[in-house]
Ligand binder design. Structure first.
Ligand SMILES: Cc1cc2nc3c(=O)[nH]c(=O)nc-3n(C[C@H](O)[C@H](O)[C@H](O)COP(=O)(O)OP(=O)(O)OC[C@H]3O[C@@H](n4cnc5c(N)ncnc54)[C@H](O)[C@@H]3O)c2cc1C
Length: 375
């Protein structure tokens, strides 16, 4: 819708084809119904891709301020929640309505609901087959998103079009997704569901300090969703349970205490978690009864609790898709396939994946703007 509206307003004749009966469903369900529509700090460092520089140009040419100006023109009230995350005061439906109105301004024609069945090269342009008939176009913009939440419209169609035209696709996998405990950790921590801990989590170059939430299947919460995008299924998560503090120095200061470690930890961590963690680490005893070596090992484990998830909770629970159309095959200026003039890919279908916090929508708006400017 963003790309269609902008291209239409530049005088292009645009046909927008959407197969799902409801329009903009991902927007509607986003941000708990309030749509975290951008992040004031969005920059290349907030995105994962095989080519981390690919998003640079589009993000620089369409910034969070540009989107805020659009939101302002439509009189949509918003607020910053935390960490630069901007949300509607009212409802995420306002963003859907805004994009529909922008399409209207650009005199966009809709075929909706209408699936795209197939796409073919036709001279210098494209033919698109649908149950409503065949459409012909000089340019084709694929904005079919990722694979998350299939029940509201996600399909692998965009990846298939890419492959049909010889573009490589980085294998898609769920990201910003809760992680599952293996059976031993589930037995120990599964009944802590609902407890949250302020933690710093690191894995494969990612590092986030936010809350970690225990669930009846494993771990969730912002810190886990963020790090899930970096976890590739093998390396353990390294969880600092006392972020910003020196666990060794703290334990040394409490060295002579008659209190049990779990009671001391309960000053900073939920008591039931402190008890379960100390039991697992053979540390539910008075500090003064523990040897220096034990104390040193416990300090290391508090600063780096290694957790090996058994997997993710999959496409139904993930917010975004890692991977997608390989950016090496695309122009970062126009989002067009280098070897197929006129074929553009934008948004989540491309191998550019943002952090949690409004970054994915900012990529959708910015890449849409880049393509629309080139049509
Ligand atoms: C629960 C949830 C909450 C989220 N919250 C946020 C948030 O607050 N902030 C944020 O930045 N990001 C959030 N995201 C991520 C964000 O929604 C996506 O990154 C963004 O919507 C991607 O935009 P897109 O246009 O590329 O794809 P989509 O929004 O997925 O749109 C793709 C469209 O293509 C249609 N389509 C697919 N296949 C076909 C076909 N064959 N024919 C015709 N139409 C087709 C689909 O029906 C869909 O309407 C959230 C995601 C989820 C699942």
């Amino acid at each position: 819708m963003m790309c269609a509206g902008l291209a239409g307003q530049r005088g292009r004749r645009v046909l927008l084809i959407e197969h799902h009966p409801a329009i903009g469903e991902k927007i509607r369900i986003s941000g708990g119904g309030r749509c975290n529509f951008t992040n004031v700090g969005a920059g290349p460092a907030n995105y994962l891709s095989q080519n981390p520089d690919f998003c640079r140009s589009a993000l620089a040419r369409y910034t969070p301020r540009d989107f805020l100006a659009l939101v302002g023109r439509h009189g949509i009230a918003w607020h910053e929640k935390k960490l630069g995350q901007l949300f509607c005061d009212g409802s995420s439906r306002q963003i859907v309505e805004m994009l529909k109105a922008e399409c209207e301004r650009g005199r966009v024609t809709w075929w909706h609901p209408c699936p795209v069945l197939s796409v073919a090269r036709e001279g210098d342009g494209f033919a698109v087959d649908t149950p409503r008939g065949r459409a012909h176009a000089r340019a084709l913009v694929v904005a079919t998103g990722g694979l998350t939440v299939p029940k509201i419209g996600a399909t692998p169609f965009g990846y298939r079009v890419a492959q049909q035209f010889g573009l490589p696709v980085v294998p898609p996998r769920p990201a910003l997704v809760p992680l599952a405990f293996p059976p031993d950790l589930l037995a120990r921590y599964g009944d802590l569901s609902g407890l949250s801990v302020d933690a710093e989590i690191a894995c494969n170059g990612g590092r986030f300090r936010e809350s970690l939430l225990f669930t009846h299947r494993g771990l969730s919460g912002p810190a886990i969703l963020q790090i899930s995008s970096y976890w590739e299924g093998r390396a353990p998560l390294a969880i600092d349970l006392l972020p910003g503090r020196d666990a060794g120095a703290w334990l040394a200061a409490e060295r002579a205490s008659a209190a049990r470690l779990d009671s001391l930890l309960a000053r900073d961590l939920p008591r039931r978690f402190a008890q379960a963690w100390c039991q697992a680490h053979d540390a539910a005893r008075p500090l003064r009864e523990l040897s220096d070596e034990r104390i040193a090992a416990i300090a290391r484990a508090l600063a780096r609790w290694e957790v090996r998830p058994s997997g993710t909770l999959g496409w139904n629970k993930a917010e975004v898709t890692l991977g997608g159309v390989d950016t090496r095959a695309l122009s970062s200026q126009t989002m067009a396939a280098r070897d197929v003039p006129g074929l553009h890919f934008i948004g989540e279908v491309v191998d550019v994946t943002g952090w949690l916090g409004g970054y994915n929508f900012q990529w959708a708006w910015a890449s849409a703007h880049a393509a629309a400017s080139a049509l």
